[in-house]
Design a protein around this ligand. Sequence first.
Ligand code: ZN
Length: 672
Amino acid sequence: MKPPSNDSAWPQSFRLGRRLFLTATGCAPVAHLLAADPPRPVTQASVPDDPAAPKEQVGTVPPSSPFDEPLTFARKDLTLRVKPFSLTQVRLLPGPFRSAQEANQALLRRQDADRLLHTFRINAGLPSSAKPLGGWEKPDSELRGHFAGHYLSGCALMYAATGDQDLKNKADYLVAELGKCQEHLGGGYLSAFPVSLFDRLKARQRVWAPFYTYHKILAGMLDAHQFCGNQAALRIAQGMADWVDQWTAALTPERMQMVLDEEFGGMNEVLYNLAAITSSPRYASVGDRFTKKRFFNPLALRRDQLRGIHTNTHIPQVIGAARRYELTSDIRFHDVADAFWRQVVDTRTYVSGGTSNNEGWLTEPNHLAQELSLRRETNECCCAYNMMKLARALYAWSGDPRIIDYYERNLYNHRLGTIDLTNGHTQYFLTLGAGSWRTFSAEEGSFWCCSGTGVEEFSKLADSIYFHDENGVYVNLFIPSELDWKERGVRIRQTTGFPAEPRTSFEIITESPQQFALKLRIPSWVSGRASVSINGKASEVSADAGSYLVVHRSWRRGDRIELSIPMDLHVEAMPDDPSLQAFLYGPVVLASRLDTAKLPDSLVVGLQAPDLKKQPPPEISPLRAEQADVRRWSRPSKNALDFEIPAAGGRTFVPFHSIGPGERYSIYWKVV
Ligand SMILES: [Zn+2]
């Protein structure tokens, strides 16, 4: 969540992190303020003050501006190459992802719906005796109500993924009660804060992202409709969107573009989704008003002008562009999504799969070592959430398994470790600086943006394991799970100890033989020849890394398939500093613990990032080249992914996701 600014100049409005705004507006106090940090010396020439570096375009447009013409919405659906299964068709089986799902499920069950509704009821003039929540949901926080939207989505997704009836009931209750609030507010507008925040937005006065929160509630309503079958939720969403239509129609296009300087979440996407559900192009036209030309124009021309902008303000806009492309086949929107994807994934993504630093991109492309040296708040979790959502859309267009390589990298190294399995609390930043540690939200005093995307993420972990086309099933992720392909009368049960073991197996469950192709992803990281056996018999079929191994046959009940995907240690160096290296086993990033004792909760709970002023990083000796030579590393146990380095004082490397709260670690190592 970026802070607001009175200054309409683009770069200035992206410089601060969310926490500075909170402090400035008297919201939840924060334990540390990075504004107080002295700027670090810039030793490399290129960023951020390199006079030769390309400058952002402020108040100007590129020579050719594909989005300057008025947009017209004409429905022409894109044919998807591969289609997702409904979340209701995939169940997670016991394993680390199921554990993460259950931790989140328990968190959702603990939340008191009346406390989530408190500020909505007060705003609507309805009585509420519930104890107010804290953090970003405090009654004086301008972002209040955002978590209720995420919560609604989280409950709806969790109901789809598990059939949890209690959470469906809670979602239905929230919808009904929010509907009463909407009625009291006139039948359209629905929020936990007054409409005056939008007046301030219109007047370009300081305000904290009212459309961002409005988007969360709208999206929550659509999820409650889609996954819980709640019809009232759709009516409420339409009323909310009607209000947006009215509000935005009153602005000149120029004024609307100024409004879009303030973070507005995925307003375009949710309005396109509403247009698709209701077959009403009017909502799509309202969505088009949220086209930020200054951002989309350079992307459509495939120019990287991301330096200096706030990361998570912009990823949801690109998800909206992807949705617009799916509904209209308008190539401009394809180009926006595709160019953005390549710029972020190829040149601005850390080894963990995450992106962003201090919520923005501070450098030119391929300057990740420089980026890492500037601030410690790398990898905002919302960014990982939204990039994975974008990846899923792009994958459906192309069926390109390399997109799943990216998705998998994020899933194992960013998402899996960012939830505390004991309580479901989640992280804000996943800091990669040496000597950092994981920090987690508090039960009642956080409600950060990333807490919101967290309750959604860990409700839908099953949504990208399997896809399908007319010919068969694509198996993308090696996660214990069961797919119910009910359209074909087939169930596929996957069991695996991956990534501790380099294999996975499948059992076919069907009443009668079924002819279809099983397309098994062979990841880019595979080391050696991937192979498959069917009912214990080795098959000749193979496939290259970065493709699918296809087994097409008539499948019978009880058929068993074993896929072997050899894994090995490998190294990834920073593009701008080859001596700064990270180590991986297959897709799993490895980290080394720096202490034997954990840090106290006071340094872990409720902090958005590790407070290095209170616990400065220890001296970390660089690795000598022979120590960093992964061919010399040993793996003492076949059941665990622990690696020992010879002649390094007993130093071991373990999966980054297994490093728990309060354990200091190092990911990137200087190799000399
Ligand atoms: Zn966030």
